[in-house]
Write a protein that binds this ligand. Structure first.
Ligand code: CP3
Length: 342
């Protein structure tokens, strides 16, 4: 189906756009009262994520309520470990927890490469329902965690400031680490291909914990696996967002992806120089949205001025914080549209 608004896809492909497309990481979530109502009805995050009709409903909400130029399918990066045989729980106010974790090659024999058509059918169904609901209004973004970030959760079992349990394995048992990273990579490639077949128009890889690695470790334990995924997904544009990996921008810029996401620690001009031939996405500090309407407009104008209106997808530098006022979010989105119109 032809899209009525394909700004995001044109920007991703490096084509001219009459204005900069804008969306927000974590836009389908707790900032919206309408999300919280569906979440309440579902009873739990996991029930919401695994019920395709409800997942589709909250995916559509930001398109209707915020005016973003893309929808992102409501799910989580942790569905991949679950599909591989390592289930997670979402603990209220605390975040994800894995009741069991993996630490030895023997543990890995109990896992399997995810089979998306069975293990992740609920996500594929949610994508199909969402595409019908969108009726071509805006593109749909699919996503997955980058292998290293998924590795962090599967070994550490929960969030952490240092992920020292996860990182210990990289030094102490590189063979275990590479075997698990490859299993995750194979699962992710199958999963993203299935998302595209179900209707995803572009896919994003979240390497949320990239910033805890040294440049050398990043080159050994993260980049090669991201590269395999970028090389395998040829059907649609791929976005790589490696939070905190300012030191790897040049290498990420050389991958076969179309878009590179930036966080707010990354200087815009320097990033353009390091990544000259790709579309950039980002990178407003989510805390700017706690400022006044005037402050938000000033910061957005500065950001668009630095990126320029072309080869650019406006976003925050990480997910929007749950206690952000939706009116401030609307101000951010409107400001991008206004300041980037040719
Ligand atoms: O709108 C969207 O972006 C789509 C939905 C989405 C969720 N998680 C829903 C969610 C996406 C893209 C994610 C990705 C995700 N999940 C990442 C990568 C992006 C990032 O933020 O770095 C990571 C690291 C996770 C793992 C995860 N899921 C954590 C650490 C938490 C707890 C912290 C938190 O935000 O609550 C989650 C829970 C989660 N995932 C919620 C939502 C809406 C909140 C739970 C709820 O609503 O009950």
């Amino acid at each position: 189906m032809n899209l009525k608004n394909d700004l995001l896809l044109r920007a991703a492909r490096g084509e001219k756009t009459e204005r900069t497309p804008v969306w927000m990481m974590r836009q389908a979530g707790r900032i919206l009262a309408e999300y919280r109502a569906v979440r309440e009805k579902a009873g739990s995050f996991i029930n919401l994520a695994t019920t395709p009709e409800m997942a589709a409903e909250v995916t559509l909400q930001p398109v209707d309520l915020l005016g973003v130029d893309a929808a992102i399918i409501f799910s989580d990066i942790l569905v991949i470990p679950e599909a591989m045989g390592l289930p997670y729980e979402m603990v209220e106010q605390r975040g994800p927890v894995f009741p069991s974790t993996v630490h030895t090659l023997e543990d890995l024999q109990k896992l399997h490469v995810a089979e998306p058509e069975t293990d992740l059918k609920y996500v594929l169904d949610a994508i199909k329902i969402t595409k019908k609901g969108l009726a071509g209004r805006v593109p749909l973004i699919g996503f997955a965690g980058a292998p290293f970030t998924i590795f962090c959760y599967m070994t550490e079992g929960k969030g952490s400031k240092t992920f020292s349990v996860a990182k210990k394995h990289l030094y102490a048992d590189p063979q275990f680490s590479h075997t698990l990273l490859q299993q995750i990579t194979d699962s992710t490639i199958a999963y993203l291909k299935a998302q595209v077949a179900a209707g995803a128009d572009i896919v994003q890889l979240f390497d949320s914990w990239a910033g805890i690695l040294s440049p050398e470790q990043y080159r050994v334990f993260s980049l090669p696996y991201i590269k395999q995924i970028c090389d395998a997904i040829t059907e649609v544009p791929v976005t790589v967002f490696a939070k905190g990996a300012f030191f790897a921008r040049k290498e990420i810029g050389e991958l076969s992806c179309s878009v590179v996401g930036l966080d707010w620690n990354m200087d815009i001009k320097e990033s353009r120089e390091l990544i000259p031939d790709k579309t950039l996405q980002g990178n407003l500090d989510p805390c700017v949205l706690y400022g006044s309407y005037e402050q938000i407009r000033v910061e957005v104008k500065k950001m668009v001025g630095q990126f320029g209106t072309q080869r650019y997808i406006a976003n925050l530098g990480h997910g929007v914080y749950p206690d952000t006022d939706p009116d401030k979010v609307r101000c951010f989105i409107e400001a991008v549209k206004e300041y980037s119109s040719l």
